[in-house]
Design a binder for this molecule. Structure first.
Ligand SMILES: [Fe+2]
Length: 259
């Protein structure tokens, strides 16, 4: 059975959310009501030849072909190609039944790749959006280079279940701690350290200040030239955030987060 079908069939208990990691910053969340929300789905190999001499061939399988994807809400944190991927969006077969959320440059890609204006919802740090039983709050993220100055993160509140903070790609800044006001139960964070993203040490420092119950590393697996061992994040958490549990997700397997 395809992963998309497994996600459609999966029954989520009350006061919980199920999450599947598809690699890099790509996640699909599902609520007990059946609402599905994604972040930063990179479902092609379009970055393979982006930068001369840089090994950015995808190392993680494509678990869901874009044509197969059916979701309620498709979100992007910023307009780098491993997050807002024009080819993924172009090949979506169900653009007319999804809501598309992202900062203005991502909205420009949605529009250019055939999403109609009435399905596009612009987001920014501190915005508040709602879809069925999911509330979305925008959070601050610090750009990592001048090619995109509109990075952001999200805190998702899943019904009466948990709140999940996803940092998106961000350089280290104390302003990330402002996400603490949403009292997230879980923090999903970049840890790779390359190209001005937070390192595992910096991510652990922010986790220590926000104090989620659980921290999940991401953005270390997709490209050989932008990889790091997540055990380093585990070690950094022990030193910088000893009350925050470390949890490494396996790709394409359901993981249940309870409130
Ligand atoms: Fe990235």
């Amino acid at each position: 059975m395809s992963l998309m079908q497994q996600i459609r069939d999966y029954r989520v208990p009350q006061r919980a959310v199920a999450v599947w990691w598809l690699g890099q910053n790509g996640f699909i969340f599902k609520t007990p009501e059946g609402t599905t929300v994604s972040t930063d789905l990179y479902l092609t190999d379009s970055c393979a030849h982006l930068v001369e001499g840089f090994d950015s061939k995808r190392q993680v399988p494509v678990f869901i072909e874009p044509e197969e994807l059916t979701l309620d809400v498709f979100t992007c944190t910023h307009n780098h190609q491993d997050h807002t991927d024009p080819e993924t969006i172009r090949r979506l077969a169900h653009k007319d039944t999804m809501a598309f959320v992202g900062p203005p440059p991502s909205c420009g890609i949605y529009r250019a790749e055939g999403v109609s204006d009435d399905r596009i919802h612009m987001s920014w740090p501190d915005c508040e959006l709602g879809f069925r039983d999911v509330e979305i709050r925008g959070t601050f993220a610090l750009p990592t280079d001048a090619t995109d100055l509109n990075h952001m993160g999200f805190v998702f509140s899943f019904g009466n279940g948990p709140r999940v903070y996803i940092t998106g790609d961000t350089d280290y800044t104390e302003l990330l701690v402002s996400a603490a006001k949403h009292k997230p139960d879980v923090m999903i964070t970049c840890i790779n350290g390359g190209f001005n993203n937070m390192s595992h040490w910096e991510a652990a420092d922010i986790a220590g200040k926000i104090q989620p119950r659980l921290a999940i590393p991401c953005h270390y697996d997709m490209f050989a030239d932008n990889a790091v061992d997540p055990r380093q994040f585990r070690a950094s958490l022990l030193l910088r955030a000893p009350n925050v549990a470390y949890c490494r997700l396996n790709h394409a397997e359901p993981f249940l987060i309870e409130a």
